[in-house]
Design a protein around this ligand. Structure first.
Ligand code: DGL
Length: 363
């Protein structure tokens, strides 16, 4: 700013003084802007990019607004980061696919390997955001921030929550404090670990929570604070990797409920799937009909993992079910939808039941 002051105190003509001052300020701002963290937004669609016919009714279509328009709605974010966006897909996340997951993980690894950004934000529908987050947690080999966000109300709704969630997610991704925290979900001012978070409300804006661990931090008024971190190994500490050629094994989930027949399990055996996650009752329990079907699945070489439909707590080995005898593993505190992801990725490394169980107690 010394140059600016010299210009101000010099005796040159007022017009020249104005032009030189403007150029100096412009140069100073561009230098400052180039020091801001570089954030790449990978957009997949979701309600955050949704448009509805009216502002006060629920009906809308997800994934319609391109990422540049979403960023354009929060111009002040350019003061905290250098932003660029890539449209990976334009879908409601109920239509999320393993192929799009692979694309996201491979692109994120490429961004970090080529040092194209200091952090990544993924805009994503809320229905399967927790699954995409955990998939990336296991496969993005960098400790740089990857932050997922979305919204519960479309961009056209009264009190749309998308712009604030996007601004906060960029704030988190640009924060040095977010490094090494694993993949994060930033939503409604809460910061959650992707491994532990789940969607807890079908319509409310405080849709996400982590029943077992709670939020790991808060983002508010442009400030990011962390209060805890997951103890599980993630990102570059996992043995897992993915390339375009990776074919992920098929793992499906079967829900348990009173008097459930074994038909779904037998259908999956016939389909020769690689793994089955049972969303059991209580501590991963199921009825006698399921027990016999699980024995048939294990005998067919299928890895069966006991998880629970109960939203919190752990499924523990050898409680009411003798896993050693039955040949099953347990999901620990992963929900059925997260257990499926770890089993899918674990099966790319091994079919050994004991090793797979170790993965569930490590990642
Ligand atoms: N359409 C669903 C999705 O894209 C829910 C809307 C949303 O919250 O994003 O996940």
């Amino acid at each position: 700013m010394l140059i600016f002051n010299l210009i101000q105190t010099s005796k040159i003509q007022p017009m020249k003084k104005f032009l030189l001052s403007a150029l100096t300020l412009l140069f100073a701002f561009s230098m400052y802007a180039q020091q801001l963290p570089r954030i790449i937004i990978l957009a997949t669609g979701g309600t955050i990019a949704g448009t509805g016919a009216s502002a006060d009714r629920a009906g809308y279509t997800a994934g319609k607004i391109p990422i540049d328009e979403l960023v354009g709605a929060i111009p002040s974010v350019k003061k905290i980061a250098q932003i660029s966006g890539e449209q990976i897909s334009s879908i409601g996340s109920q239509d999320m696919t393993i192929d799009i997951w692979k694309k996201l993980a491979i692109r994120a690894n490429e961004i970090f390997e080529k040092n194209e950004a200091d952090g990544i934000v993924v805009t994503h529908g809320t229905d399967t955001q927790e699954e995409t987050g955990y998939f990336l947690d296991l496969l993005v080999n960098s400790d740089k921030p990857v932050v997922l966000t979305g919204s519960m109300r479309p961009a056209t709704a009264i009190s749309a929550d998308g712009p604030k969630n996007l601004y906060d997610a960029i704030t988190v991704a640009a924060s040095p404090k977010a490094k090494g925290k694993g993949v994060i979900v930033s939503f409604n001012e809460g910061i959650f670990d992707a491994r532990d978070v789940m969607k807890m409300s079908t319509t409310k804006v405080n849709a996400f929570y982590s029943p077992n661990t709670g939020p790991i931090g808060q983002v508010y008024d442009g400030k990011v604070e962390f209060y805890q971190a997951s103890m599980r190994e993630v990102n570059e500490k996992t043995p897992f990797s993915i390339t375009t050629d990776t074919k992920l094994p098929r793992v499906d989930i079967v829900y348990m409920y009173a008097d459930a027949p074994p038909d779904m399990i037998d259908m999956l055996i016939a389909k020769k799937v690689d793994g089955i996650v049972i969303a059991g009752v209580g501590n991963g329990n199921f009825n006698k009909a399921y027990m016999e079907a699980v024995k048939r699945a294990v005998a067919a070489g299928i890895i069966v993992c006991r998880a629970s439909r109960t939203p919190s707590g752990r499924v523990v080995l050898e409680d009411e079910i003798n896993d050693e005898e039955l040949g099953t593993i347990v999901s620990d505190d992963l929900t059925p939808q997260k257990a499926r992801i770890l089993l899918m990725i674990g099966l790319t490394k091994t079919k050994d039941r004991k090793q797979l169980q170790k993965y569930f107690f490590t990642y």
